[in-house]
Write a protein that binds this ligand. Structure first.
Ligand code: 5GP
Ligand code: MG
Length: 178
């Protein structure tokens, strides 16, 4: 079993790169079918979604735009409750089909905040695409439209997700060893 040490914690291999790539391709096929003719604008949430967004867009074959926003929401290994504002959206999303591209939906707090901040800009609709979803951690009344992989309630790193800034570069996903 492959292991990595990041700062003071040990992690073990959880989802291999091939499995991640296959699930992203499947997700893209669903988006291509559902959003054909809608010219969606993908809004990827940095930093965590950078790898997912890049690989996803290689398989999106309908006319679409992508842009990136930033929101600071996570310190160490527990969700912080006061989220900062969305930064960096310069595009006009009024009457557009928006697809929020997230690394992970955990409690749903971040996505709920993002949705409420985008809603005031009057898009036609907002869809959520996430690489990872922890259904057992969800406490908010939201449901991601497109999920690449459902996972249990473990803290994970890799493929864009970090532990205190490190580990984003890993091409596989690792879970924390307890
Ligand atoms: P939520 O607001 O849904 O509770 O949390 C979403 C954010 O928390 C994600 O965008 C991500 O930054 C962070 N997060 C949640 N679970 C994990 C995890 O297992 N590993 C890492 N690295 N970040 C996580
Ligand atoms: Mg995030």
């Amino acid at each position: 079993m492959k292991k990595v040490r990041i700062l003071d914690k040990d992690f073990e291999l959880f989802i291999e790169a091939d499995t991640i790539q296959e699930s992203i391709k499947r997700l893209a096929v669903n988006i291509n079918n559902d959003l054909k003719g809608k010219n969606p604008i993908f809004i990827a949430v940095l930093n965590g979604s950078f790898m997912f967004a890049g690989d996803l867009m290689k398989h999106v074959n309908i006319p679409s735009e992508i842009t990136f926003v930033r929101i600071a929401s996570y310190k160490g290994i527990s969700s912080t409750l006061d989220l900062k504002e969305v930064l960096g959206l310069n595009e006009d999303i009024k009457d557009r089909t928006v697809v929020i591209v997230e690394d992970i939906v955990d409690t749903g707090h971040t996505i709920e905040k993002l949705i409420s901040q985008f809603e005031v800009l009057e898009p036609k609709e907002i869809k959520i695409a996430t690489l990872l979803f922890k259904p057992k951690a969800l406490i908010k009344d939201i449901k991601p439209d497109y999920v690449a992989l459902e996972i249990p309630n473990d803290f994970i790193v890799g493929f864009g997700l970090d532990y205190d800034g490190f580990g984003r570069n890993l091409q596989d996903i690792y879970k924390i060893k307890m």
